[in-house]
Design a protein. Structure first.
Length: 417
């Protein structure tokens, strides 16, 4: 059996003062139990201050490790507790696991890697762990990552809301548009949701922020104005959010018109909602021809679409004065359209034009925010129901936070390919 012990000492990376005492292989249960102990003469240190301390007692602990030859593998050790004059009775640090975890660091690394490829249920099944155990690994990983994270100068921010589970529940997501990472996730989509983020930043960091892209949402604007110096020059209503407003307005025109046509017993075009949300340049040739026919049927929605489409070209300006004049002309056109939803959208844009022009002159693009948003949609689709908001928030940090998630011990022996 001594060969076995040496083998396991090598596999587990067990070093002095720790040694493998016993390896028990239970073929029936497909279970390997490795017992580890530290040499009795060892002087241990306080985990908080690192000072050598007298021993207090030992506690038996166990950790799930990577399977060996498809056998479940468990480490068992009597872990000493020390009595530090300053910090009290504490369990010493072990080289193979982080405090409070029932898994070795290598096992946590493997779970973290797998979670990048598959959803929680699949990883749980494959690694013979429970959903809650995987969730625990994720929570510890995020906590570690957030503790290690440095929020250096952040020049461009994006603020967005995203719904989850039941469609009327929301979280607010703040992202770093330059590094493509989520910085902060808060409950709801209120003024207070965003206040919590500003509170994390130093006055120096606040001063270095150049642009904050957001939806034309009064709560976010108010919070930003309260916390960010010269906010009115930095708040940007970006292209993505303006396009969403206009697409919604076109869709409202379509629905209203369809109702009118149905009431009059006329032909009602079916399944065209997404047709009106596309750009003709992106359509395949055949679809483009039928789109042009549809548009030219002098439907009201065709006119609404033309107004929306014209707004796309207003983002090409770089001078504030020119951009303002062009948008004002467009607003005048939309207001004269006799299409109530388009008029309403135009009035919103007129009131918020300052922020739209900020986005144009500061060249705020939302490409990064869109790719993060796509990732968040993926998280939603992967989680067959986040049982609560905290888990959803945690998953966003885990997958989109750009965090260093690996346990300290594990990462030294852990290689990523
Ligand atoms: Zn201490």
């Amino acid at each position: 059996m001594s060969d076995n012990k040496d083998l396991y000492a090598a596999i587990l990376g067990v070093r002095a003062p720790w040694q493998v005492m016993e390896v028990d292989v239970d073929v029936k249960q497909e279970l390997v139990t490795v017992t580890i102990a530290s040499r009795a003469s060892t002087q241990h240190a306080c985990p908080t201050c690192g000072q050598p301390c007298p021993g207090y007692d030992v506690r038996r602990r166990s950790w799930r490790h990577l399977d060996t030859c498809q056998f479940k593998t468990v480490l068992i050790a009597d872990v000493p507790r020390v009595q530090c004059g300053e910090h009290g009775v504490l369990q010493i640090l072990t080289p193979w696991a982080e405090p409070g975890s029932g898994f070795t660091s290598l096992m946590e690394c493997l779970v973290i890697d797998w979670l990048g490829e598959a959803n929680i249920s699949a990883v749980a099944r494959r690694m013979r762990l429970t959903w809650d155990e995987i969730d625990g690994v994720m929570q510890r990983a995020v906590r570690r990552g957030l503790d290690r994270r440095k929020l250096e100068a952040i020049a461009r921010l994006g603020v967005d809301e995203t719904s989850f589970q039941k469609r009327h529940e929301y979280v607010t997501v703040v992202s770093d548009l330059e590094r493509n990472r989520v910085l902060y996730v808060a409950d709801e989509r209120t003024h207070e949701s965003l206040d919590g983020f500003w509170a994390l930043l130093t006055p120096e960091q606040l001063r270095k922020i150049e642009a904050v892209a957001m939806d034309m949402c009064a709560a976010y604007v108010r919070s930003t104005r309260e916390h960010l110096p010269e906010a009115d020059k930095k708040i940007c209503f970006d292209r993505f959010h303006v396009a969403k407003l206009l697409n919604d307005a076109v869709n409202a025109v379509r629905k209203q018109e369809n109702r009118e046509r149905a009431a009059a017993g006329e032909y009602v075009p079916k399944h065209t909602k997404y047709v009106w949300a596309q750009n003709p340049e992106n359509m395949p040739r055949e679809r483009r021809v039928s789109f042009e026919l549809l548009r030219d049927c002098a439907l009201k929605v065709g006119r609404a679409w033309a107004i929306k489409d014209a707004a796309r070209w207003l983002w090409t300006y770089s001078m504030r004065g020119w951009a303002e004049r062009a948008w004002k002309r467009w607003i005048g056109w939309a207001l004269r359209s006799r299409l109530e939803p388009m008029k309403k959208a135009a009035r919103t844009i007129r009131a918020q034009l300052w922020g739209i022009v900020n986005a144009i002159v500061l060249h705020v693009t939302n490409a990064g925010a869109e790719s993060l948003n796509a990732k968040i949609q993926w998280i939603k689709s992967q989680a067959c129901g986040f049982r609560n908001r905290e888990r959803f928030k945690n998953a966003i940090y885990f997958h989109c936070g750009g965090l260093d998630l690996y346990p300290a011990h594990g990462s030294t022996t852990h290689t990523t390919s």
